[in-house]
Write a protein that binds this ligand. Structure first.
Ligand code: GLU
Length: 462
């Protein structure tokens, strides 16, 4: 590590790693990498009812797939309970927090009265100790919560690295519960202790946390901690301009894997979701790390654009070595029960298609017919495999029995067949494609023949 920059990604493991979380992770990771700092992974698993080991695994898988490696962690909040209790005790001892015996029922009565008076419902501070104030007698049998003694005067302010200066009057904030009646610390408190203990210098997170920030800053200040810088990222909207959700299709990062996207494409795409470097659209992970800064993050919402992601994916597929694509394709074909045994060299087949597809799923679908008997739909067969076409294919088959098996000779054989039968090139080449691969469009027909090999071509033509 060459600097003191320390960022973190702090997901709550309640489902999968979604696109918004992945972007937050990417920006935090890139900021740490850019500055030679450390990237910490922290799992906020205190919502025991919703946090599952599978969800934790889904986050780790998603991060690994994207290549976002952490330097420290994963730290689990559930394993840090003793530490939170220790800090709670310190705050109580210093009079910076206090026990509050107001029951939920009493709170409801207080709030009801406030609402009736047209006021904002909030805790009224009845157990907050003040010089000269007499507190109510401690009721028997009630376990107290612990509240943070929020400053009542002044403002809490920060220069958000994305949103600019934000100021909140302390009078707006009531005394936050930092430990429940059963002694468990609450969410904002755990985050504060963690950011403090982990020495986080820049908190980069979704702007759904903006409302927590003034409370967290006040607690950090009470603890005498250095307050980190904050960068709140605006939300991501779906293609249709509404908040990104399951309705928009894939939201889990691993679903993009399933749907045939390369991690490089997803990284490049996410990098441009709310951040820019001039007009650059296509750049590598390395370039991104070199360029990334928080000054060029837009404070307005970013809109997801599936077509652009596909365009980037097509770009990265084109750039990937056929042997690498072949390994992925083999896995996808095997999942569909298609064996490569006895078939043409997969890397050679894939090389013919990598410039024509925008996902790896399309790639696997395109090449499947090289490894199993093609199933052309009836309409296609009726349209192209006319009697005249069949006659031409039979004549071609005869030529193909002896022709030298290279592209130039194969092309010549097709041309000779056209001349013999008085047909134009497509009148032979299209029926040939339908017969061999079950589709009317393929890469150049001589290349297809070459890769399929004589035996397979003749058997499919017979
Ligand atoms: N665990 C929070 C979430 O998943 C993030 C908390 C934070 O970044 O401070 O939304």
């Amino acid at each position: 590590m060459t600097s003191n920059v320390r960022t973190r990604f702090a997901p709550s493991p309640t489902g999968f790693l979604h696109i918004g979380g992945a972007r937050t992770a990417l920006f935090s990771w890139a900021y740490a990498r850019r500055h030679g700092g450390a990237f910490v992974l922290r799992v906020e698993d205190t919502d025991v009812a919703r946090s599952t080991p599978e969800a934790v695994q889904a986050i780790l898988d998603g991060m690994q797939w994207l290549g976002l490696s952490h330097d420290e962690g994963p730290f689990y909040q559930m394993q840090r309970m003793d530490r939170y209790r220790e800090v709670l005790a310190q705050l109580l001892e210093k009079g910076l927090a206090y026990q509050c015996y107001t029951t939920p029922e009493e709170l409801e009565v207080i709030r009801e009265a406030q609402r009736a008076r047209g006021e904002k419902p909030r805790y009224d501070g009845r157990w907050r100790p003040e010089a000269g104030k007499v507190l109510p007698p401690v009721p028997a049998g009630v376990q107290p919560v612990v509240r943070f003694k929020n400053p009542q005067e002044g403002v809490v302010a920060w220069d958000d690295l994305v949103k600019g200066r934000i100021e909140i009057a302390n009078a707006e904030l009531d005394d936050l519960i930092i430990a429940r009646a059963d002694g468990t610390p609450t969410y904002n408190f755990c985050v504060v202790v963690d950011d403090w203990d982990m020495g986080i210098t820049q908190v980069i997170r979704g702007d759904d946390h903006v409302n927590n920030t003034p409370r967290q800053i006040n607690i950090l200040q009470a603890l005498g901690a250095t307050v980190p810088q904050y960068a709140h990222l605006s939300m991501i909207l779906g293609d249709d301009g509404t908040k990104l959700s399951k309705r928009h299709g894939a939201v889990s990062v691993m679903q993009y894997d399933e749907e045939g996207f390369l991690p490089e494409a997803v990284i490049n795409y996410l990098a441009r979701l709310g951040w820019s470097h001039g007009d650059d659209e296509v750049f590598s992970r390395q370039q991104f790390v070199e360029w990334f800064d928080l000054d060029h993050i837009t404070p307005s919402a970013a809109q997801f654009n599936t077509e652009k992601l596909k365009w980037l994916n097509a770009h990265y597929i084109k750039q990937t070595e056929p042997v690498v694509l072949a390994a992925d394709t083999a896995r996808r074909l095997a999942a569909r029960g298609i064996s490569l045994d006895g078939g043409p060299d997969l890397a050679a087949v894939v090389a013919l298609y990598r410039e024509r597809v925008s996902t790896l799923v399309e790639l696997a679908e395109s090449v499947a017919a090289y490894y199993q008997e093609p199933q052309a739909d009836e309409a296609l067969v009726a349209q192209h495999l006319t009697d005249g076409a069949k006659d031409a294919l039979a004549a071609l088959a005869t030529r193909l029995q002896t022709v030298s098996w290279d592209k130039a000779s194969l092309n010549a054989a097709i041309k000779e067949t056209c001349a013999e039968k008085g047909l134009k090139m497509p009148q032979v080449a299209i029926p040939l494609r339908v017969k061999l691969l079950g589709v009317a469009q393929t890469p150049s027909i001589d290349a297809v023949l070459e890769v399929l090999g004589r035996a397979r071509v003749l058997s499919r033509l017979s």
